[in-house]
Design a protein around this ligand. Structure first.
Ligand SMILES: Nc1ncnc2c1ncn2[C@@H]1O[C@H](COP(=O)(O)OP(=O)(O)OP(=O)(O)O)[C@@H](O)[C@H]1O
Length: 234
């Protein structure tokens, strides 16, 4: 479904991605984890054709791909109310808008219907982030890129959103390409994780074998999540 073959990306003198190879089939969700500046957003931009690789190629066979950007404030029109933001893609494509589905999704995302009449500046960061997720999902993508798309959410809301996304994965075969610093979110939604460091994939792991990590950076990440989980379970 998605093949990234020997892909490198240079911005002038800086190498953001260095010989990346990735293959994702239509039934797999993957997470790319890495510290700030490791090249995660660049990888999303290449997948979406916003940027071109300096070397290598990307083969995509995905009917519909959508993205929720980490910079959610600048991805909405500030002059539109939330209901206009959500419905605009349907007007543009002259498609039927399913109000029943909208109300169900609002509830699952822990959003009150009265937000539909608000402007983006009247919403909290976490509310607007969920509006962006809602808008992306209503478009019925088969593959959704979430670039740090849960980072403005508190733990309770984050868990609700994860439950919602898991339901869509199971019931509507929606697969995710998750960009995150948060291994806990990655392990809840994805089948595999790739650890990116300084533009290179330094380790790939199946989600049920995280403890087999070899790389010291990966081990540190995993141990910190296991520690948080154990603390929460007490
Ligand atoms: N348009 C650009 N022009 C020049 N350099 C860029 C550009 N975009 C990204 N870079 C550089 O490429 C490297 C990777 O950036 P990228 O945004 O992909 O990292 P990231 O892993 O998404 O970081 P973060 O987690 O902080 O969002 C960084 O060193 C960054 O400075």
């Amino acid at each position: 479904m998605l093949e990234i073959i020997n892909v490198s990306k240079k911005y002038k003198t800086e190498t953001a991605l260095d010989n990346i190879n990735l293959s994702i089939d239509s039934s797999t969700s993957i997470a790319v984890i890495g510290e700030s500046g490791s090249g995660k957003t660049t990888l999303c931009k290449l997948i979406l054709d916003i940027e071109k690789p300096s070397e290598g190629k990307i083969i995509k066979n995905i009917p519909k791909i959508n993205i929720v950007f980490q910079d959610y404030r600048s991805s909405v029109n500030p002059l539109f109310k939330v209901k206009q933001i959500i419905k605009e893609p349907f007007w543009l494509e002259k498609k039927f808008f399913n109000e029943i589905k909208l109300n169900k999704f609002l509830e699952e995302l822990n959003l009150l219907p009265n937000i539909l009449d608000k402007f983006p500046h009247e919403l909290s960061g976490g509310q607007l982030q969920r509006v962006c997720i809602l808008r992306a999902i209503l478009a019925k993508p088969s593959f959704l890129i979430l670039d740090e798309a849960l980072n403005a959410l508190d733990i309770f809301t984050k868990n609700k959103v994860i439950t919602f996304l898991k339901r869509l994965k199971k019931e509507e075969n929606l697969n995710y390409f998750l960009i995150t610093h948060d291994l806990q979110v990655a392990s809840s939604l994805c089948d595999e994780i790739k650890i990116l460091k300084k533009g290179k994939i330094i380790e790939s792991l199946k989600i049920n074998s995280l403890k087999k990590a070899q790389n010291s950076y990966t081990k540190e990440l995993i141990n910190s999540v296991i520690f948080i989980k154990e603390k929460n379970e007490k």
